[in-house]
Design a protein. Sequence first.
Lengths: 221, 221
Amino acid sequence: MFKKVLVAEDIDSINEGLIAILKKTFNFDVHHAKYCDNAYLKIRKAQQDGRPYDLLITDLSFKQDHHTNTLNSGDELVAKLREQNIPMKVIIYSIEDRPEKIRTFFKRLNINSYICKGRNSTKEMVRAIKMLTETDQYVSAELQQTLRAAPVMEIEEYDILLINELANGNAQDEIAFLFKKQGIRPASKSSIEKRINRLKNYFKAKNTAHLVSIVKDMGLL
Amino acid sequence: MFKKVLVAEDIDSINEGLIAILKKTFNFDVHHAKYCDNAYLKIRKAQQDGRPYDLLITDLSFKQDHHTNTLNSGDELVAKLREQNIPMKVIIYSIEDRPEKIRTFFKRLNINSYICKGRNSTKEMVRAIKMLTETDQYVSAELQQTLRAAPVMEIEEYDILLINELANGNAQDEIAFLFKKQGIRPASKSSIEKRINRLKNYFKAKNTAHLVSIVKDMGLL
DNA sequence: CAATTCCTTACGGAAATCCGTAATAGAAAA
DNA sequence: TTTTCTATTACGGATTTCCGTAAGGAATTG
């Protein structure tokens, strides 16, 4: 069972609600941080003091305010922890429910569980924590299904870069120029045209504006 | 002072955190609803029973699930209440912090207060509730500033409709046709062209895709 | 009732995109 | 090295958007 737990979450009502439940249900030493930077520092310090955290529960998006932070989101925080091989289990607790996004967190950040904020999320959280004392990874049946359901599309980094340039208002000529300068490989206007066409076809977009709109709605941008 | 309060919020941790604070701070009879439809029904029933709610605290976005709802967001809920002249004060409590959005809630829904979910939002909430027992409207100094800061643009309903059609991938010809059919007034391709141009100029957009992207990011769409 | 003004519509050339075809380069296989 | 295959690039015509100018229409004003 975990002993020392850190909750990284900026919204106070969630913070307080969640911590109350954790304390009531488990016998944790629960701390919390309202900023990612602050969370990172606490984790580092705890480790150096020989009393490391066993578990991090973190939100994804944190509001910007007058504080200037180097880490601006939960995934950046986790990435940094993983990079530095700080050994602790991680649960992401967020409103984000798009499978494309969630899949990348398991894949790239090797998180141990993901809980969608929702109508039964505290119960889910309790279950996940209990499971993680035994296994290394926990995905609820419901989440498993949504992750399975969405067909893995063959959209690459390149496509996202491309659509991003379109969303920034660059013409195909300009994108070709930019890509050549940056050494991004298919860089000719012709290839870019072709790729945009493929994407429009894939997303059933009638034109460029439509494509940008669709991809933005999906949260890929 | 209020007596009977309804909290409409789907995320359980927020729900529980907020309600705990309301009960601790005030002496309210606090109820809660996890769906907009459910909230509406409770409000109607309470009114018919002669024990109406004095105050509604509602989130904006609610997650979709297997339940089929007629009301899908907090603003729709409030709109319906206002439409039917159900007398109660309303506080919207949401993560949404874009001034364009918040302004419309005060303007169109005549809400009594707006609290951004954030690092000090429960304190803000308590203050707002206290203020609303005396005055009809409460806007925190901080929020006032952000609302003032953004220059009120002369963007009309028509412009939003137009950009929406662009985001849906309709060509200028098609939009002209649609607008003619729906009796939306400047409907000629020429006028539409001109209007799009004005918008691109206003938002400093290089082309249509850019325009859609900007407006989507601002939350006007 | 004519004049002015503002808004809508019409038109046309320049630019960008759309879309298919063909040439070329680069890598893998023989 | 040659062959084969695939990915990239080049090109050209059809379509759409872009952008300025001008005509038409309705409301306002003198």
